[in-house]
Design a protein around this ligand. Structure first.
Ligand code: ADP
Ligand code: MG
Length: 627
């Protein structure tokens, strides 16, 4: 049936982000432009899979054309390359939505990075990120997309030169595929090579040889299509028949990333439930790793039919894992909503999650270097599991690696830490902050260093949360070095370094500072944790770790922050000098009391409580010293 339409094409502007992305794409210096073909084929395959799924409940959609197929047609004379599928297709509205706006959360995160970078860097970034359909503009100066939605009586054409606008228009159905989408690339002069059969075939086979839909190539518009990829699902083949290269290409097409897999997991679960798993840990961090909307990226298939990528097969803290599960046990005709309730899915979720962690654990002992790279990229995400997944906390703690006062350039595990515990040490000590270098220098660590006690240096946001979630390692709780009294008295200093007791004058000075500072602090006391610095701030016995308190206060989640404790090093030369000052130096003592608090605040990365009073006091003190 043919419907006629005579509407004029309507010109619309791209969403602002798309326009910018296209600009970068067109001016990209990125050399591997050939990826455009993989992106288009992966879209075509997705469209076929969507139709296969919808066809389960509405077989009429398939009509008499039940075999999914992707056809690439070359036309050297017209310098055109066409990718056509008989998948789900797009209506006029869907065309505008899918190709005129950026819908993927990952793309948005990517655009934020681009916006923050210079143009040249932006082009580099494109090389690390699957930009999907828009990559067509790296090789084409004009792209037409003609599509007909399965089951629809109408067809539409989307058309753009990638310079900021596109047109969209209803067209006669005989100008469109009977069902599905035809993407026509009008290639740029320097991309003419893709109309050569050898080049196109090679590119398709090496980048898309294992998509689960067969691919045909027509060397010229009149030539017979010949099959160049069989559409056999890679994950159904035995591991021994799959090369590393094939895994890599499959990973790229399933993950939309351009890097290599850092870990490939391919196995078949047998027993109570049967399913195949092919999963990858990426080598680089996806752009949207910390996007709150980012769900998992594991696809669910049932007997090779794609069902959904929203089955949450893995817990959130494994959201960096890409891949799929193909189940033999779930009923094919089950709705996506019902699948969520299925005990089979629950068993799969449990099995796959445990297996991923087990593989990571294995890697951590077999190939430390590779494991540490994964930890470096995804450790901050895995640590979310420490408070989200109580049942696997122990496993996650054993996977965790830390920067510590003893790690140097390397990483330490809790096992390493436990092996170096000092006599009488009852806790695993940590310090949290946002900057590793500053953290390593914080005064609160001094007494721990002097006693050779290792301290974990935690710089990820998530750290402040899991350490307070009641975790322990081999019976030892985690304890902040900025929290409460530091039980350091029980752990001896090395021979000959026993601290001299604080003098009476210093005791009196500390009491004096407390009266001067009044409500600004909850207490002022002599410190056991300081050796080199004069002062530091710690939380009171009931208070939270100082960094966590700051985080919560900044997020408006804390009504009132508790007042910190100012600890003073009674053995510090400055303090002993201040201690012996007499009444004649009353104003200097008072200035010093305030300045000591400000000094401690600054060491914690904060501002003095009252910057102008701070400047005035500092000026007076320097003036006295100079005068
Ligand atoms: P992604 O594939 O990651 O969603 P793309 O930029 O590659 O991002 O594609 C954007 C959207 O355009 C797809 O999500 C899909 O809705 C639509 N689309 C692209 N190509 C096709 C096609 N051949 N058939 C049907 N829909 C398509
Ligand atoms: Mg895509």
């Amino acid at each position: 049936m043919t419907t006629t339409t005579d509407s004029a094409p309507e010109t619309r502007s791209f969403e602002a982000d798309v326009a910018r992305l296209l600009h970068l794409m067109v001016h990209s210096v990125y050399s591997d432009k050939e990826v455009f073909l993989r992106e288009l084929i992966s879209n075509a395959a997705d469209a076929c899979e969507k139709l296969r799924y919808e066809g389960l409940s509405d077989p009429a959609l398939l009509g008499d054309d039940g075999q999914p197929r992707i056809t690439v047609t070359l036309d050297a004379d017209k310098r055109q390359l066409v990718v056509e599928d008989n998948g789900i297709g797009m209506s006029e509205v869907e065309l505008a939505e899918a190709l005129g706006t950026i819908a993927r959360s990952g793309t948005r995160a990517f655009m934020d990075r681009i916006a923050a970078s210079k143009d040249a860097e932006g082009s580099q970034l494109i090389g690390q990120f699957g930009v999907g359909f828009y990559s067509a503009f790296m090789v084409a100066d004009h792209v037409d997309v003609v599509s007909r939605r399965a089951g629809s009586e109408g067809a539409a054409r989307w058309s753009s030169d990638g310079l900021g606008t596109y047109t969209i228009q209803a067209i006669d159905t005989d100008e469109a595929p009977a069902r599905g989408t035809r993407v026509i690339l009008h290639l740029k002069e320097d991309a003419a090579g893709y109309t050569q059969p050898y080049t196109a075939e090679h590119s398709v086979k090496s980048h898309s040889g294992h998509v689960p839909v067969p691919i045909f190539l027509r060397d010229t518009p009149d030539a017979e299509p010949r099959q160049i990829a069989d559409g056999a699902a890679l994950w159904t083949k035995p591991r021994s028949e799959i090369t590393a290269e094939e895994y890599k290409d499959f990973y790229r097409s399933v993950a939309g990333q351009f890097d290599e897999p850092a870990l490939t997991l391919h196995y078949r679960a047998e027993g109570l439930h049967e399913y195949s798993v092919l999963a990858f840990v990426p080598e680089t961090r996806p752009f949207d790793l910390f996007d709150p909307d980012r769900g998992g990226r594991m696809k669910l298939y049932v007997r090779r039919v794609f069902i959904t990528d929203e089955a949450q097969i893995l817990p959130r803290y494994l959201r960096f894992v890409r891949g799929l599960v193909d189940s033999a046990d779930l009923p094919l005709n089950v709705s996506r909503e019902m699948i969520q309730e299925s005990p089979v899915l629950a068993a799969i979720q449990k099995g796959v999650s445990n297996r991923v962690l087990a593989e990571l654990e294995k890697l951590s002992s077999n190939d430390t270097e590779r494991y540490l790279k994964i930890w470096d990229n995804f450790g901050a995400v895995l640590k979310e599991g420490l408070y989200e997944d109580f049942a696997r906390r122990e496993t996650l703690l054993s996977l965790a690696r830390f920067k510590t006062t003893a790690s140097g350039e390397g990483w330490r595990s809790l096992k390493d830490y436990a092996a170096g515990l000092k006599d009488n040490q009852t806790a695993i000590y940590y310090a949290t902050g946002s900057d590793l270098d500053r953290l390593a220098k914080s005064p609160q660590l001094e007494g721990f260093r002097a006693r050779g006690i290792e301290v974990l240096l935690l710089t990820d946001q998530v750290d402040s949360f899991w350490v307070t979630a009641g975790a322990d390692y081999e019976g030892k709780p985690f304890k902040s070095v900025t929290q409460g009294l530091a039980d350091l008295g029980l752990i001896p200093l090395p021979e000959g370094e026993a601290p001299a007791a604080a003098s009476e004058e210093v005791g009196a000075f500390i009491a004096y500072v407390k009266t001067v500072l009044g409500d600004a602090v909850s207490d002022v006391r002599a410190s056991e944790r300081l050796t080199d610095s004069a002062v530091c701030l710690v939380a009171s016995e009931q208070g939270m770790d100082r960094q966590l308190e700051k985080l919560l206060a900044n997020a408006g989640r804390l009504g009132s922050a508790t007042k910190p404790v100012l600890e003073i090093n009674p053995r510090h030369a400055l303090i002993t000098r201040l201690g012996v000052l007499g009444e004649e130096a009353a104003s200097l003592r008072e200035d010093a009391a305030h300045l000591l608090l400000d000094e401690a605040r600054i060491a914690d990365g904060e501002l003095p409580a009252d910057p102008s009073a701070f400047s005035a006091r500092l000026a007076r003190v320097i003036g006295k010293a100079a005068g």
